[in-house]
Design a protein around this ligand. Structure first.
Ligand SMILES: [Zn+2]
Length: 113
């Protein structure tokens, strides 16, 4: 759709309400059509800068490991019946093996009446 140029038209400023020539009005960033006295450019603070979190974790880290231990084995914690819990003194953990294990969660009783 074609629009007329409006060179003989009058218009009202959206901010002050005074009458101006249609061609004098300027459009602001918020869509207002205002006179040259009321025109305000968009302040830079109205466009916030994206804040990305500072990266802290390292990709493929290589921490200093004391010699003689296997890295990546994790910490092995065992439950002792006498002291309830004993923790290995090794930070990295110790290697262990197990042939079989059994477990039990509980029982379920179904009553149909
Ligand atoms: Zn105005």
């Amino acid at each position: 759709m074609a629009y007329a140029s409006g060179k003989h038209s009058l218009a009202i400023c959206d901010r002050c309400g005074f009458r101006y020539k249609y061609t004098q009005l300027q459009e602001e960033w918020n869509g207002f059509r205002v006179c040259p006295e009321c025109f305000e450019p968009k302040h830079p603070q109205l466009e916030p800068v994206r804040h990305l979190a500072d990266p802290e974790a390292l990709r493929h880290p290589r921490p200093d490991v004391p010699p003689g231990v296997v890295a990546g084995a994790g910490v092995v914690r065992t439950i002792d019946a006498n002291s309830m819990m004993s923790v290995t003194g090794d930070v990295i953990g110790s290697e262990f093996s197990q042939d079989a294990a059994t477990g039990e969660i509980g029982t379920v009783t179904v009553v149909i009446s």
